[in-house]
Design a protein around this ligand. Structure first.
Ligand code: KIV
Length: 289
């Protein structure tokens, strides 16, 4: 898409996202944490961007998301908004930015809206987080729930693994989805939930958009982690991520070539540096005598 076309593109709204669902169209959603990638995602016509607290892993190199702060999130979300003015932008509430109380949740959700021009926030958790969702929505802030594998609770969940494989756990996820919808969430992300459980939740949703991350094709749309799609996360590649290109390999080859060229004096060539006119240089040499 050209820049002009991107500028013509209308930023999705909650109303237009619901219309897509009603028209049987899928919603596209990716994570993003920086200005240049946000620019590319906007140019590609992405509906939504999530500035996920996964930035703790993909950008900051931690083994999990718990060390991520509101300061980290706001800074990166601002950069993404500058790069992607035409995308529906979601700020991901980091660990302990909403768990302590409804008031904490509202204040931090408000920071995403006021300081980073977000269109909505996302937080993890089911029935137990309904009062946070209700408080945030009552404050006029669109809220998205997140069920299934919720990385902030990875220790309690026993690792990064599929959630809802057993009937009882699946029932709890289905009940939580309905409770979040009733509390006012306009969208729910299902992460690593079995496809048929995702289908049941999607079919039962009345006023709520259901999105899938590794939960199969029956949701209203799909989310992927950008770094997994392009070979940019060196520690592991989750099964659910499809690789759309190996940017990591391209960059590594370029870096190796740079090292070779500098050490062998192939770089820089004349195009890569600046010169001073002869007469000015002669003048300079005289001044230095
Ligand atoms: O932080 C994030 O990117 C997320 C996804 C894993 C859904 O919450």
């Amino acid at each position: 898409m050209t820049e002009a076309k991107s500028a013509e593109r209308k930023k999705p709204t909650i109303t237009s996202l619901f219309k897509k669902v009603a028209d049987g169209q899928q919603i596209t959603w990716l994570t993003c944490y920086d200005f240049p990638t946000a620019y590319l995602q906007d140019q590609a016509g992405m509906d939504m961007i999530l500035v996920g607290d996964s930035l703790g892993m993909t950008i900051l190199g931690f083994d999990g998301t718990l060390p991520v702060t509101m300061g980290d999130m706001i800074r990166h979300t601002q950069a993404v908004r500058r790069g992607a003015p035409n995308v529906f932008l979601v700020g991901d509430m980091p660990y302990m930015s909403y768990q302590p109380s409804v008031e904490t949740a509202i204040r931090n959700a408000g920071r995403f809206m006021a300081e980073a021009s977000c269109d909505a926030i996302k937080l993890e958790g089911g029935v137990e987080m309904c009062d946070r969702i209700r408080g945030i929505v009552d404050a006029g802030i669109p809220a998205i729930g997140h069920l299934g594998l919720t990385p902030q609770s990875v220790s309690a969940l026993g690792g990064f693994r599929v959630q809802g494989k057993g009937a009882e756990q699946a029932k709890r996820i289905i009940d939580s989805a309905k409770a979040l919808e009733k509390a006012g969430a306009f969208m729910i992300l299902l992460e690593m939930v079995p496809d048929r459980v995702c289908k049941l939740i999607t079919e039962r949703a009345e006023n709520c958009i259901i999105m899938s991350l590794g939960s199969g094709p029956h949701a209203h749309g799909q989310l992927l982690i950008y770094h997994d799609m392009f070979g940019l996360y060196p520690k592991f590649k989750p099964r659910m991520a499809k690789v759309y290109g190996n940017a990591g390999e391209v960059i590594l080859n370029g870096l190796k070539q740079y090292v070779r060229e500098v050490t062998s004096r192939v770089f820089p060539q004349q195009d890569n540096y600046f010169t001073i006119p002869d007469e000015e240089f002669d003048k300079l040499l005289k001044m230095l005598k």
